[in-house]
Design a protein around this ligand. Structure first.
Ligand code: E4P
Length: 215
């Protein structure tokens, strides 16, 4: 399973990179806006820190505009993955880009039918937003399971990228289901390390070691 970091904040990406287990980064227009910088500059800098897929999203909503932006984004670095919304224009752009061997991440996916369209269009990644489904009283993890089943039924190679992951329990659930990737904020990534029994056990080991080595 791959772990992506879901942020545009360079300091967070540098901190996560030191952990040695981050495979890529996802951004979106909201995350880029939080940086107060131009998307192109942020993406270029991220590509210098993490050697893996870096998602950068188009702003245009029409096919011609998406294609134009996508080609500019793809030129930034070979690791750039063009993120496209799950609309008619987004799926058409996805097909065109995958025919040109440009990597794509189809985002804002909320149904298995939408995920099917992305796979048909040759998307590299599909991003189902599980946290936002939970927010409206639906079960985001169920969507990951449905997409897993449908993709496996037909041998689609589009990778399931669980997005809108908010906490460690989401990571556990999508890992059990078989999501290919989870993208998460740094807080969720760091929460994966934590267990009170680990802390308690380590404290006891260190205490016993110190007592045994008293002069
Ligand atoms: C993923 O690609 C999205 O950028 C992100 O996971 C959205 O998360 P949110 O629903 O917490 O904003």
């Amino acid at each position: 399973m791959e772990f992506f970091l879901d942020t545009g904040i360079i300091e967070e990406i540098k901190e996560a990179a030191l952990l040695g287990i981050v495979d890529g980064v996802t951004t979106n227009p909201t995350l880029i806006a939080k940086t107060g910088r131009k998307q192109e500059d942020v993406i270029r800098e991220i590509c210098q820190i993490i050697d893996g897929p870096i998602s950068a999203e188009v702003i245009a909503t029409d096919y011609e505009g998406m294609m134009k932006e996508a080609l500019v984004l793809a030129e930034i670095h070979p690791n750039v993955v063009v993120k496209l919304p799950l609309t008619e224009a987004g799926i058409r752009t996805c097909k065109e880009l995958s025919d040109k061997s440009i990597k794509t991440n189809v985002t804002l996916c909320f149904s298995v039918n939408q995920a099917l369209l992305a796979a048909k269009a040759g998307a590299t990644y599909i991003s189902p937003f599980i946290g936002r489904l939970d927010d409206i009283g639906q079960n985001g993890n169920d969507l990951i399971a449905e997409i897993r089943q449908v993709y496996d039924n037909y041998g689609f190679t589009t990778k399931i990228l669980a997005a809108s992951v908010r906490h460690a329990f989401h990571v556990r659930e999508v890992a059990l289901i078989g999501s290919d990737v989870a993208t998460m904020p740094l807080s969720a990534l760091k929460a994966l390390y934590k267990h009170p029994m680990t802390d308690k056990g380590l404290e006891a080991f260190l205490k016993d070691h110190a007592n045994a080595n008293k002069k």
